[in-house]
Write a protein that binds this ligand. Structure first.
Ligand code: ATP
Ligand code: MG
Ligand code: FE
Length: 335
């Protein structure tokens, strides 16, 4: 069974053709980073315009690369939320038009379900499983008993990890998106600067990163005022160590308490080298299988949407033509 999947929730226009939820026949991503860079972040209006310009080209490319026609398809899947509403609408309307004109079922997918299911393109899920989702807009631990069933056991109370990375990078005058730059600098420095770790209540799986972000900014300002030189590399290394320590510790505790068969990493920040290394080291000591997606499946793409859509296709959980872009879509929703 073959699905054409479309993703336009933020600043990537993406389409992919996926077989049986596990096999990538094509995976085309047009990034708009260059257009948003000079503004230091994603400008919603610009994102929508680029999606409009790119969407049909990217879909055609994905179909051509997969060497498939619309007759070969079993469904059209699309990210329905969360994300920028104007950006989501471009993908949703393209998907509706194609589903209608080719008489194919339509499937709406939650963007974070997509990030989690990116892992299904490299492994078979074994339930129960836990995923640490770390991206530009989300930081959460998600428990799954079965396909399509998501329970958020903890989430950030303020900034997402990716957001904190991007804000710290901006303070260090690094280009957008700053995550990869901080990651690179961190590898060249030592974590010698004392920064806070927000553990919250002892039994909480929630996160908080705004205090850490402010501490980094204050450290820089104070040093500047006193004329002290601070190494960007050391500051990046210290920030990254603080982030990773909390993420990994809570991940381990959640994996053990929920007795999971697998632990997955997902989202754009899953590309972080320090996080991948530390998680691998720590899970090596637990008898729990750790799955980390390859870099091209960490950041936004449509292959992950096609992977997540497959179990909805199997259960015939289809959307109707009232499907809409929903910026606040809930991952735990019931069909
Ligand atoms: P969401 O998925 O929550 O809707 P998004 O789609 O904008 O948000 P993603 O595309 O999943 O986010 O991830 C982008 C984020 O990942 C950015 O904040 C970016 O800085 C961060 N990121 C990418 N690579 C790295 C890295 N190596 N280290 C840290 N952060 C990284
Ligand atoms: Mg993006
Ligand atoms: Fe994302």
């Amino acid at each position: 069974k073959i699905i054409l999947a479309i993703e336009t929730s933020c600043d990537e226009t993406a389409a992919a053709v996926i077989k049986n939820g596990t096999e990538i026949l094509s995976n085309v991503v047009a990034s708009q980073i260059e257009s948003h860079k000079r503004f230091g972040g994603v400008v919603p209006e610009i994102a929508s315009r680029h999606h409009v310009e790119q969407i049909t080209i990217i879909i055609e490319e994905a179909m051509k690369e997969a060497n498939k026609t619309f007759e070969d398809l079993s469904a059209i899947a699309v990210t329905e939320g969360p994300g920028l509403v104007g950006a989501l609408l471009i993908g949703v309307n393209a998907a509706k038009a194609l589903a209608f004109s080719h008489d194919l079922p339509l499937i709406g997918v939650h963007h974070i379900a997509g990030h989690i299911y990116a892992n299904q393109l490299i492994t078979n899920f074994k339930f129960p499983l836990m995923t640490l989702v770390v991206s530009g807009g989300h930081t959460e631990l998600v428990y799954m008993k079965e396909h399509g069933n998501f329970e958020v056991i903890g989430e950030t109370r303020d900034d997402a990890v990716g957001e904190a990375y991007d804000k710290v990078a901006r303070t260090l005058s690094l280009p957008y998106p700053g995550g990869p730059h901080i990651d690179r600098l961190a590898a060249e420095g030592s974590p010698t600067i004392d920064l806070p770790r927000a553990w919250l209540e002892p039994d909480s799986y929630d996160f908080s990163f705004s205090g850490l972000k402010s501490a980094v900014i204050n450290t820089l300002h104070n040093a500047k005022q006193r004329g002290i030189e601070i190494s960007n590399e050391d500051l990046a290394a210290s920030f990254q160590e603080s982030v990773i320590e909390v993420l990994v510790e809570k991940s381990k505790r959640a994996a053990i308490e929920y007795r999971v068969e697998q632990f997955l990493l997902a989202g754009g920040v899953a590309a972080n080298k320090g996080l991948r290394k530390k998680l691998t080291e720590e899970f090596d000591q637990l008898a729990i299988e750790l799955i980390i997606p390859p870099l091209y499946l960490c950041t936004d793409n449509a292959a992950m949407i096609g992977a997540a859509a497959f179990n909805y296709l199997e259960k015939k959980q289809f959307a109707n033509y009232e499907l809409n872009g929903d910026p606040g879509l809930d991952l735990e929703r019931e069909y």
